[in-house]
Write a protein of this length. Structure first.
Length: 406
């Protein structure tokens, strides 16, 4: 069951976030907040995504810290793709200056700040008013006992209370609830609170997939693709990805793009690959956005369009995609769709290189070697070439050999 508020924040702002949570508790407003950083585990980006989709309002705690957080950037991008704009509330909690990218993202949205909208009074009253608009009076419904069991099990699962969730999920799964079957499968597959049991996991993934539950279809497709738990079967994987993608499952759409790009069990088709990559990109998936940028840049399966390429790369970069940042740098270096600007190119190359992306490290070395946009500095060039070479980037190794001969 969705919460009233999803709170997107930087963990460095936990003190302010905690004050807001206490005020929400006093006002009896329910909320979802990720205190422990669940976004790192394989399954829990889905929990965050579901929490954003199911919440009534998305509250972004804007600060210097959150502007730099890759997690808040991902949450914001996903919220804008999935929710009406009037349910997204940016709330400035420090004296920071809004970065240009954020001004663009939040254009035409009303901002609130902690000085003019104190937490315990104006902010809470605003939230209550907005929630009232989201919750018109409805007829009182009496839940059946099994419905309560299903909701309780899934809520405990989403709260990572797996041991408590397990018996409730088992009851609901045996009542043929597809989502409970999927959650139960994940618990056994990943060993959350129980001993890992892949045979039980497969059983429940299969039952959930038989009911066309998109996430279960995706997991079964990955099993058939890898051949780790079931016999490898590209055709079965393709059909399952397709069923899930038609329901809007972005990871399945992205995998269909890969399948058509590489010709895995189907005839290779770059146009169809681009179609599925675009489906995933439009749902906010950064890898698909990066791929769409590359395809628009090169004209692969789509008409070459530098403006669209830059647009896709920028969207991916907002989610901290190092490849996209490097590509933006390349576009400024070449002057593709923008005025050629070596200084801006270096800035983007550096952003990507600091994330240990070898191609950007090479590009940064190149700029320093030839003094493009910076003062020529061979020692700094060697430093960046070495970082790239250490990751197996052959062109960087060649450059180091070239410089040693001089």
């Amino acid at each position: 069951m969705g919460k009233d508020i999803f709170i997107s924040y930087s963990r460095k702002d936990s003190e302010t976030a905690n004050r807001i949570c206490k005020a929400l508790d006093r006002a009896k407003i329910s909320y979802f907040i990720d205190w422990q950083g669940i976004g790192g585990a394989m399954e829990f980006p889905e929990i965050l995504a579901n929490a954003i989709i199911d919440c009534k309002l998305f509250l972004f705690l804007a600060s210097n810290n959150s502007y730099e957080s890759k997690f808040t950037k991902s949450e914001i991008t996903f919220a804008f793709n999935e929710k009406p704009k009037n349910t997204i509330l940016p709330y400035i909690i420090d004296d920071s200056k809004l970065p240009p990218a954020m001004r663009l993202v939040f254009s035409n949205i009303t901002w609130r700040n902690i000085n003019e909208h104190p937490i315990d009074t104006i902010l809470i009253n605003d939230l209550l008013s907005l929630l009232k608009e989201q919750n018109p009076p409805k007829e009182k419904k009496v839940n059946k006992p099994e419905t309560k069991t299903i909701e309780s099990g899934i809520e405990l699962y989403n709260s990572r209370r797996f041991v408590e969730a397990l018996p409730l999920l088992e009851v609901a799964a045996n009542q043929n609830d597809a989502k409970s079957q999927y959650c139960l499968a994940v618990i056994y597959a990943d060993g959350y609170g129980v001993k890992k049991d892949l045979s039980k996991a497969l059983k429940w993934f299969r039952k959930s997939a038989d009911q066309n539950y998109d996430k279960a279809l995706f997991r079964m497709a990955k099993f058939y693709q890898s051949g780790d738990i079931v016999p490898q079967d590209d055709k079965a994987a393709f059909n399952l990805f397709l069923k899930a993608a038609k329901q809007g499952h972005f990871l399945s759409a992205y995998n269909l793009g890969l399948i058509y790009e590489k010709g895995l069990g189907v005839f290779k088709n770059e146009n169809t690959a681009t179609h599925w990559y675009e489906q995933a990109a439009s749902k906010g998936y950064y890898k698909a956005q990066d791929e769409m940028g590359y395809r628009c840049l090169k004209g692969i399966g789509i008409t070459k369009d530098y403006n669209k390429a830059l647009e896709w790369f920028r969207k991916a970069s907002l989610q901290n995609c190092c490849s996209a940042k490097n590509s933006i740098g390349f576009m400024y270096f070449k002057g593709f769709g923008v005025k050629q600007d070596y200084s801006t190119a270096i800035w983007w190359f550096r952003q990507s290189a600091m994330q240990n992306y070898s191609s950007a490290q090479y590009n940064l070395g190149y700029m320093y070697q030839y003094g493009l946009g910076v003062k020529q500095d061979i020692d700094t060039a060697i430093k960046w070439y070495t970082k790239a070479a250490d990751q197996g980037y052959e062109q960087a190794t060649d450059k180091l050999k070239e410089l040693k001969k001089q």
